[in-house]
Every structure is written in structure tokens, then in C-alpha cells.
Design a protein around this ligand. Structure first.
Ligand SMILES: *Cc1c(COP(=O)(O)O)cnc(C)c1O
Length: 374
């Protein structure tokens, strides 16, 4: 049986003619840059998210960088984010000469620990970047209170959680990425809403920030050939936008398919003494960008290797905490402050998760896992 970590081919086949037509439409128009498709996609995504502005850009890393550039920060200003995330989140902070402050995560949600976050705040803290890891929102209720009390901006890294819904204590709901000052996402092919190349976007309800982001993505230009600020060149291609327009209406169906696979795994591994299934936060829906188990008393690399021998792909997100990486470690970072990330990097493993998993494949994967750990 052929099992993929992410099965983009089988996701494409049922919509082949729609996708192919969308691509052909752009080629026929020769409007490859900032064409009609990009305008329509940004409107359709804004509608879906219930947010005022969507600013498309070239990838999720650029989206984070542009968000930080828009906030008018000074070198040395502090940006707090999670120790347990993809390197892109911290890379852009360093590139902009801002100071990365890493905080440990909650052992259940894998998202930033809000108690430890409070302790990390200093007068220089200007931004918090919560990462909605693996498809579930960070504790946004707490984070927004902490941010407001301390006059700090919030940029939500929504690369893994587009489409997730967060419910506040008062019953109000918002889509992931539309709660903080700016949200960012990625349309990398393997993300929940993936294009066929690179792509990304920023979301905001703030008209001023939206205008600034729109100018930054286009060389800092306001009126043609008049530059107000230093910007970058970061665009979503029209072809990618056309593909995303075919896939956006399917996003909720995709999330449902991912949840169905997750439920299968949950049941297969329920109450197993050596496995902890993903925590379901009452306040956030889960869109299962990854299905990540925590193994108790078993090394995750060993599990990964044994699964691969049985033809089951398995990935370790993430094997090394950011605070120990050559590029990011500083003398201020102390091992004892990162107890949870340190433990997770040795024990988490992610199983195949995509929209096309069959019951037969799920059964094979679950049995392989159980055979290996029992
Ligand atoms: C994928 C990802 C990014 C970066 O997105 P790219 O489009 O690959 O640049 C940033 N943050 C997180 C959490 C991601 O998973």
C-alpha cells in the first residue's frame, strides 16, 4: 500500500479540469502579476475569514517579515514567540535586527505558554507572535489581554491553522489570524490551503496597517514611482491565485476530511499507556495541519524509523528546540526555561495527515504504530 505524508496528487485529480482551466485562463490573459485572479482571491479570502483586508504576498515567511516591518519597530525591540515552531517565525525577527525572545510551550496545546509569556515581558517587548501550531489556535483570549495590558502588538502566525475558528469566553467567534493586529499565512503546497508553488498572505482589520502592508509588498510604493518607505518585492502570482480560488471553497471540506482521519487515529490510540493523542481545546476548532502524537517512554526517532520500514511515512515536527539552534541561541536562554519543548522534541511524531486518506490506509497506519510500540 502506498501511503503519503501529504497526497497532493490524489487531491488534484478530482478537480483536474477546474485547476487546469484556471491556469489556462491566466495564461490566456497574460496577466501574470497582480491580475484579476489575485484581486478576486483576496476578496474571497477576506469574505471567508470575516476580515477587512487580505494582502497577498509571496510566501508565509515574507508575510511575517512584512507584518513586522509594518509596525514601525526599532532595532533591539523585543519580539516574543514560541520555542517550538518552524524556524521562519524567528528568522524574520533576527533579519530585522529585532531581538528574539523564546518562550516555552504548553504541553497540551504545543502553543505558547501564557504564564511563561507574562514573565518574559519587559519594557522593550513590542510584539508577541503566537503560532497556531499543527492546526489549533493558541490561547488567544489570554494573549490579547496580556497584549492590551502591556501595549504590545500581536501577529498571529496562521501558516498551519487557516480556517480554524476560535471561540471567546463571551461566545463570539473569530477565524484564526483575524484576532491580533495582523495575521499571516502560507499557501505552501502542503499547508491546509496550498497552492502549486509558493504563496502567502497577511490579514488585518486595521485600515492603516493594511495600507502600510500593501505598500511594503510593493517596494514601499504609495503612488506609482513614489516611495514612502523601504519595502520588498513580494507578490502572489496570478496562476497561484487562480489555483487558490478553486481550492478555497473546499477548505472546510478539507478540514472535515482531516478531522475524520484524526478521529480514526484518536479512537485507535485512545487510552494507550504509551501514547498521548492530540489535545482538543474547547475554545478552538482543530484543522489538523498535523496529527501529532506524544510517545511516553519511547524515542520518537526510533518510532519514525520503524514506521518507515513498514512503509508508513512519519515526520518529527520539530526535532530540535529553537533555543538550542546555532543561529538563535544566546546566553540568556536557560535550559530549565524550556522544559516542555525539550521533552516534546524527543517524544513527538506526526502521522500521515491529508484530505485523501482512506479507511484502509488509516487502519494500516494505526496497526503499524501499535505493533511498534506494544
Ligand atoms: C510553513 C510555515 C511558515 C512559512 O511559510 P512559507 O510559505 O514556507 O514561507 C511560517 N510559520 C509556520 C508556523 C509554518 O508552518
Amino acid at each position: 500500500m502506498k501511503i503519503e505524508m501529504v497526497d497532493l496528487k490524489n487531491q488534484y485529480l478530482p478537480m483536474k479540469s477546474e485547476i487546469d482551466n484556471a491556469i489556462q485562463r491566466v495564461i490566456d490573459s497574460t496577466n501574470f502579476i497582480n491580475g484579476e485572479e489575485v484581486k478576486l482571491f483576496q476578496e474571497e479570502l477576506a469574505d471567508y475569514l470575516g476580515v477587512k483586508h487580505v494582502i497577498p504576498c509571496a510566501n508565509g515567511t515574507d508575510a511575517l517579515q512584512i507584518a513586522l516591518m509594518a509596525l514601525g519597530l526599532k532595532p533591539g525591540d523585543e519580539v516574543i514567540t514560541s520555542d517550538f515552531t518552524f524556524a521562519a517565525t524567528v528568522e524574520v525577527v533576527g533579519l530585522l535586527q529585532l531581538k528574539v525572545v523564546l518562550v516555552d510551550v504548553n504541553p497540551n496545546t504545543f502553543c505558547i505558554d501564557t504564564e511563561k509569556l507574562k514573565k518574559a515581558i519587559t519594557p522593550k517587548t513590542k510584539v508577541i507572535i503566537p503560532v497556531h501550531l499543527f492546526g489549533q489556535c493558541a490561547n488567544m483570549e489570554e494573549i490579547m489581554i496580556i497584549a492590551q495590558e502591556n501595549n504590545i502588538f500581536v501577529i498571529e502566525d496562521t501558516a498551519q491553522a487557516i480556517g480554524a475558528t476560535y471561540t471567546f469566553n463571551n461566545g463570539k467567534t473569530k477565524k484564526a489570524g483575524t484576532i491580533g493586529n495582523i495575521g499571516t499565512t502560507s499557501f505552501f503546497p502542503s499547508k491546509n490551503l496550498g497552492c502549486y508553488g509558493d504563496g502567502g498572505a497577511l490579514f488585518t482589520n486595521d485600515n492603516d496597517l493594511a495600507a502600510i502592508c500593501r505598500s511594503i509588498v510593493n517596494h514601499g510604493m504609495k503612488v506609482r514611482y513614489y516611495y514612502d518607505r523601504i519595502g520588498v518585492n513580494s507578490r502572489l502570482d496570478s496562476i497561484q491565485a487562480a489555483i487558490l480560488r478553486v481550492k478555497l471553497p473546499l477548505l472546510d471540506t478539507y478540514a472535515a476530511a482531516r478531522n475524520k482521519a484524526a478521529s480514526y487515529y484518536d479512537i485507535a490510540f485512545a487510552n494507550h499507556p504509551k501514547l498521548k493523542t492530540p489535545f482538543r481545546d474547547k475554545k478552538s476548532s482543530h484543522v489538523f495541519h498535523q496529527y501529532t502524537l506524544v510517545g511516553c517512554g519511547i524515542n520518537n526517532f526510533e518510532i519514525q524509523q520503524k514506521l518507515q520500514e513498514k512503509g508508513v511515512p512519519c515526520m518529527i515536527y520539530y526535532p530540535v528546540p529553537l533555543h538550542t539552534q546555532e543561529a538563535y541561541r544566546t546566553i540568556e536562554m536557560k535550559e530549565e526555561d524550556f522544559e516542555t519543548t525539550n521533552a516534546l522534541c524527543k517524544s513527538v511524531f506526526s502521522l500521515p495527515m491529508h484530505t485523501e486518506l482512506t479507511e484502509e490506509q488509516l487502519k494500516y497506519i494505526a496497526e503499524a504504530v501499535l505493533k511498534i510500540i506494544n
